[in-house]
Design a protein around this ligand. Structure first.
Ligand code: S2G
Ligand code: ZN
Length: 475
């Protein structure tokens, strides 16, 4: 956009929103022009804070008229650069569109605006004795619209699935400015293509999610957390099978000893027991009475006797369960100071042992000088491999070294039938590797579908796929 065009659209936006909701100051541009990644310098033309769906539609109409790109922004907790505005785009922030519209105990649902905070939804569900079961470390600041746009997973996917499983209705403003009302909160509605599921996980390239209806479930009753010190990666997955046979798991996570060391050093957390193990498994399960406790104790004794585990602890109180969870949930924020190169990969659970061994070999050979933190939702087949940047190394050199290994890692992931992005989305960071998990035909279809919902290609350009705007063909 030329300077004249920029000032022309900004004038119209100030008329529409008022100067207090059309921000151009440096602090606002820095704060709203990014997500949790720190690789790009935010540089939006302005930050817009609509307070109604009608205003979102009017902003899209204006953006179409001036051919100005829009970057939707939720809680800015994304990890793939999906909400980064570094090229003079308009950031459309949903922060002011944050009301809870309806809490319906009969339909066991909550209808809210996209800017509602995830923790707010969880509280509202609790207030009627129900449970919104998608949870993760950033739920105190993430927005439900962003959770839906990235199909967020979290720490209880093994039992409750991803955000997708809980969305029964959506309102979305498309790139033409029209408002789509999708599925109306119905549990049963077989009337042709379900565009709701196209929008879930679309990362803002098809439309701006402005309202959602979420289903709720009965809360788990009496849960406990088991942490085991495990001697090998192979033992992790055999433990999963043993536990799944006996317990109703809510979570099955793992982390390496290096992760624990960083937590203890950085956050002063206490190790779960005295001895050190190469890996730790954290499993949360719903207790089913004394008998099942004894069954579980027997499994723990078996894996210890088999030499697969060193030590174990089971939470006796809610406070103890919470402090054990900190050992897993605090990893991401703890290692952030090393600006890690993040991998978020997955395979079917039965393929995880093969994936772990093959990736372990590559990590050993190609990252001999880097600290590598292994952790993740291994019960879902999801591994977060974080390579820590040595303080002495320049970010560009570090990224180049890590990227050169990524190709090798993603070939292994592809060979195991896995995904190069299990839950963090594609955004900017995984776009160049998308072909390891999606076929040429699928990527071409994504681009054609984008052109249907966003014919002027103004919605979150450059994220997920690159469109050829010149020839109006597809690159
Ligand atoms: C996790 C959080 C983001 C990260 O802890 O499960 O998804 O650091 C992550 O990878
Ligand atoms: Zn995760």
């Amino acid at each position: 956009m030329t300077t004249e065009e920029t000032s022309a659209i900004l004038q119209e936006l100030v008329t529409l929103l008022g100067s207090g909701r059309c921000l151009t100051d440096e602090d606002s541009c820095n704060h709203f022009g990014r997500d949790w990644t720190r690789f790009a310098t935010p540089n939006p033309a302005a930050v817009l804070l609509p307070e109604s769906i009608a205003e979102v539609q009017q902003i899209i109409q204006l953006a179409r008229r001036f051919n100005t790109p829009i970057v939707p922004s939720g809680g800015r907790t994304g990890l793939s650069g999906g909400a980064v505005a570094a090229n003079g785009e308009l950031v459309l922030a949903l922060d002011r569109l944050n009301r809870i519209i309806d809490v319906d105990p009969t339909s066991r649902s909550i209808t809210c605006e996209a800017g509602a905070i995830t923790a707010q939804i969880q509280e509202a569900a609790k207030s009627i004795g129900l449970h919104y079961p998608v949870d993760f470390a950033s739920s105190g600041s993430s927005q439900i619209g962003g959770n839906i746009a990235t199909n967020a997973g979290g720490i209880q996917v093994i039992r409750y699935g991803m955000t997708r499983n809980w969305v029964s209705g959506l309102k979305v403003v498309t790139g033409t400015g029209e408002l789509l009302t999708l599925n109306r909160g119905l549990l049963k509605n077989n009337t042709g293509l379900d565009f709701r599921h196209l929008m879930i996980g679309s990362e803002g390239i098809l439309g701006i999610i402005v309202e959602a209806t979420l289903q709720l479930c009965s809360p788990p009753t009496d849960t406990a957390v088991l942490v085991l010190g495990v001697k090998s990666m192979g033992a992790i997955m055999s433990l999963l099978q043993r536990l799944q046979g006996q317990a109703d798991l809510l979570a099955f996570e793992f982390f390496s000893h290096l992760a624990l060391e960083k937590l203890i050093a950085q956050q002063g957390l206490r190790a779960p027991f005295d001895g050190a193990s190469p890996f730790y498994v954290l499993a949360e399960y719903e207790r089913q009475g004394e008998h099942s406790d004894r069954e579980l104790e027997a499994i723990v004794e078996q894996v210890m006797a088999a030499g697969e585990a060193d030590d174990a602890v089971v939470s006796q109180t809610i406070a103890q369960a919470k402090s054990l969870w900190q050992l897993r949930e605090n990893i991401s924020e703890t290692i952030a100071r090393w600006t890690p190169y993040k991998n978020d990969i997955s395979a079917t659970v039965s393929k995880v042992p093969e994936l772990l061994v093959k990736i372990g070999e590559v990590v050993e050979q190609r990252y001999p000088d880097f600290e590598v933190v292994w952790y993740g939702h291994i019960g879902d087949g999801n591994l977060h491999l974080n390579i820590l940047k040595p303080d002495s190394m320049a970010p560009e050199e570090f990224e180049t070294k890590c990227k050169s290994v990524s190709e090798e890692l993603f070939k292994i992931v592809d060979g195991c039938g896995g995904s190069v992005s299990a839950e963090h989305g594609v955004g900017l960071l995984k776009k160049e590797f998308l072909h390891y998990s999606r076929s040429k035909e699928e990527i071409a279809l994504m681009k054609s579908i984008k052109r249907l919902f966003d014919p002027d290609l103004i919605l979150n350009p450059g994220k997920v796929v690159d469109m050829d705007t010149a020839g109006r063909g597809d690159s």
